[in-house]
Ligand binder design. Structure first.
Ligand SMILES: Nc1nc2c(ncn2[C@@H]2O[C@H](COP(=O)(O)OP(=O)(O)OP(=O)(O)O)[C@@H](O)[C@H]2O)c(=O)[nH]1
Length: 365
């Protein structure tokens, strides 16, 4: 789950609470209007009609526009609470026999709706119950104070404790999610790196490539590099030394190019450098610098037949035309092959190959 989808979940919870509040208000207000449909003695008052109309209109709006993101919960909770307070005040003056039960029942109905719909929203809950609570306290004038306070205090304490617990759980969930997300990012980064050299692997290259080709319109070059006679190096110096040589060559390549160039361990002893926004001559200069840096490492290689007594590399270089990366790699590989045949420790540009060595795009496809 992403942080974004967690936010969406929170928003949908908010929306559902608001819709539930509206629905319950419609249900209770319709009950008050029941005589019109023949169920009970009429309690129809202007505030009840307003509750019905307002709730129905907002509920319809939310049903029609499910993506609506308006922070209406608090104001709506307050307005509905105020309308019920108005209704209680109005009806109170029509009660003949007063033993406090009308006020208590009115309070309990408001608490009932509020506790069900607004259990996750303490502020909205308080805004919703405050007008009826104050109205009831004023109307009662202290005659049933203890009973009314108990009616208010019990749900309020229970609600606050529950709210606190839920806040802690939410906080914990969010922290856990952030942590998991960070770890996932770390794993994802690691899975793009080659463990021996610390360079990008093919996966990392693909990731960078998509970004570069989509966002940088300039000319880009592919440089394919291969260590010369590395099998002989391994056979004679051992695999562990071979690993060390690979790691040192990787550092030399990284040092020789610009920070924006993407250096990849493309295969066992093969590297690919993606050079962005360069022209042919700069690309060639960078490639030549890599070759020189590797020679300068002076890693002894007595079996680098007829080439050198040190480790060397050969390379092929090719431009990327029309974002055709695979074709550019194939062209660079062709140039590398010729460079190897020409004696190694050599850089060759695909564009400079004799015609017989150049595979056209159409042939390659
Ligand atoms: N030590 C070590 N050797 C590796 C690794 N990956 C590939 N190699 C070795 O690299 C060698 C590549 O040999 P070849 O493909 O025959 O080429 P080469 O000997 O370099 O000859 P040319 O490329 O023609 O100059 C093989 O011996 C592989 O075992 C690695 O991670 N560590």
């Amino acid at each position: 789950m992403k942080i974004q989808s967690y936010d969406e979940l929170k928003h949908s919870k908010y929306r559902l609470s608001l819709m539930l509040l509206l629905f319950l208000n419609i249900a209770v207000s319709l009950f008050c209007l029941a005589p019109m449909i023949g169920l009970a003695k009429s309690e129809m008052t202007l505030p009840v009609i307003l509750v019905t109309l307002l709730s129905a209109a907002l509920l319809a709006l939310y049903l029609i526009k499910p993506k609506l993101k308006l922070p209406l919960l608090n104001p709506v909770a307050f307005i509905l609470g105020a309308l019920w307070a108005w209704h209680i005040n109005y009806r109170y003056h029509l009660v003949f026999y007063f033993d406090g039960s009308f006020l208590i029942i009115s309070l309990l109905s408001v608490f009932f709706i509020s506790a069900i719909a607004l259990s996750d929203y303490l502020l909205a809950f308080c805004l919703n119950i405050t007008p009826p609570v104050l109205t009831v306290l004023l109307l009662d004038n202290g005659e049933h104070l203890a009973l009314i306070l108990l009616t208010i205090a019990l749900p309020l304490i229970g609600f606050s404790l529950q709210h606190l617990m839920r806040r802690r759980t939410d906080h914990f969930t969010l922290r856990l999610m952030h942590q998991l997300y960070e770890e996932k990012e770390n794993f994802s980064d690691l899975s793009m790196l080659d463990p021996l050299t610390g360079l990008y692997n093919r996966r990392g290259l693909k990731n960078r490539l998509d970004n570069i080709l989509d966002n940088h319109a300039g000319s880009h070059y592919v440089l394919l590099l291969d260590i010369d006679h590395f099998k002989a190096y391994n056979d004679n110096y051992g695999h562990a030394m071979g690993d060390q040589a690979l790691a040192r060559v990787s550092i030399a390549i990284r040092d020789a190019v610009r920070s924006r160039d993407v250096v990849t361990r493309y295969g066992g002893e093969e590297f690919l450098v993606l050079m962005t926004n360069v022209n042919a001559s700069i690309a060639m200069k960078l490639a030549e610098r890599i070759r020189q840096y590797v020679v300068d490492l002076e890693i002894p290689h007595r079996f680098n037949e007829r080439v050198s007594t040190h480790v060397t590399i050969s390379a092929g270089i090719a431009p990327i035309y029309d974002n055709e990366f695979d074709q550019a790699v194939a062209n660079a590989d062709r140039a590398l092959y010729v460079a190897k045949n020409q004696g190694r420790n050599t850089i060759l540009a695909w564009e400079d190959l004799p015609k017989s060595n150049v595979i056209s795009s159409s042939e390659a496809h």
